[in-house]
Design a protein around this ligand. Structure first.
Ligand SMILES: [Zn+2]
Ligand SMILES: [Zn+2]
Ligand SMILES: [Zn+2]
Length: 265
């Protein structure tokens, strides 16, 4: 079957890694392996459904980041409140309004998440709640399950392999383009605080990296007021993107966005 495999690889339709790709990975030539995957991807452009699934996957990543930063903001609020109880002036820059957390029902009501939770049983687990607070551990857990579900729906192929490979690289999100996008919306990459190089919340079991969204406590302090978006889609610091508009046109916004989140080249 090597001939068939070779033809399939050349045609860009192969769904499993080619021998060359595996070899490059084993030799530690990560960039070369990513370039090969990009070549395979470009040779057989994905249909709109596949692009839409890739879009949803990246959006699911950002949803986790949103929840983690909501948690960081909540912890900062609690810290500020504890400080305020002590005899010292209250910081108006980092204090959040009463609306600390909001019921995140949209995600929980989505079929995708229900399917993750309920596949092993016809009835939902007894302790399952249909809503939880933004920034809570439960909301982060739900967002992570959602991402897992989105990932499982992306078809096997070069884009999925590239995504998984990129996200295993430490500091994958610190590309020049991603940092400049963060700085452009007033994120911490515009300053020397280094928030985007560290885990976004200190009390998580696993670190979570990414650029600033509106809940970032450091950004709130820098801008002098807080922003509490109702949903991730209301977050004005979230880059507007549509992977569905992706074309193999170099330097288009979508191409840069795809490069940042899938290829890392
Ligand atoms: Zn910062
Ligand atoms: Zn940043
Ligand atoms: Zn920030």
């Amino acid at each position: 079957m090597p001939l068939l495999r070779s033809l399939a690889t050349k045609a860009g339709i192969i769904r499993t890694p080619s021998d060359r790709e595996t070899q490059l990975e084993q030799e530690g030539k990560w960039r070369e392996a990513q370039k090969l995957r990009l070549k395979q991807f470009a040779k057989a452009p994905p249909n709109s459904n596949e692009l839409s699934l890739i879009h949803d996957l990246i959006h699911a990543d950002q949803r986790i980041l949103f929840q983690v930063q909501a948690r960081a903001a909540q912890l900062q609020t609690e810290k500020d409140a504890a400080s305020a109880r002590e005899p010292q002036p209250k910081s108006s820059a980092t204090a959040r309004p009463v609306k600390v957390a909001r019921l995140e029902s949209k995600l929980l009501e989505s079929k995708a998440v229900r399917s993750v939770w309920w596949t092993s049983s016809d009835t939902p687990p007894k302790q399952l709640r249909t809503e939880c607070l933004d920034g809570s551990r439960e909301a982060i857990w739900v967002a992570e399950r959602h991402r897992h579900n989105m990932l499982s729906q992306v078809p096997e192929g070069p884009a999925k392999r590239a995504y998984l490979s990129l996200h295993r690289q430490s500091g994958w999100h610190l590309s020049k383009w991603q940092r400049s996008e963060c700085a452009a919306v007033g994120g911490c990459c515009a300053r020397d605080c280094g928030c985007c190089t560290r885990s976004r919340c200190f009390d998580l079991a696993a670190p979570c990296y990414g650029h600033c969204l509106s809940y970032c406590p450091c950004c709130a302090k820098a801008r002098g007021f807080t922003i509490t978006p109702d949903t991730i889609d209301d977050d004005k610091m979230l880059p507007e993107f549509s992977v569905g508009r992706w074309q193999s046109v170099k330097h288009s916004y979508e191409a840069c966005f795809m490069d940042a989140h899938i290829w890392g080249l």
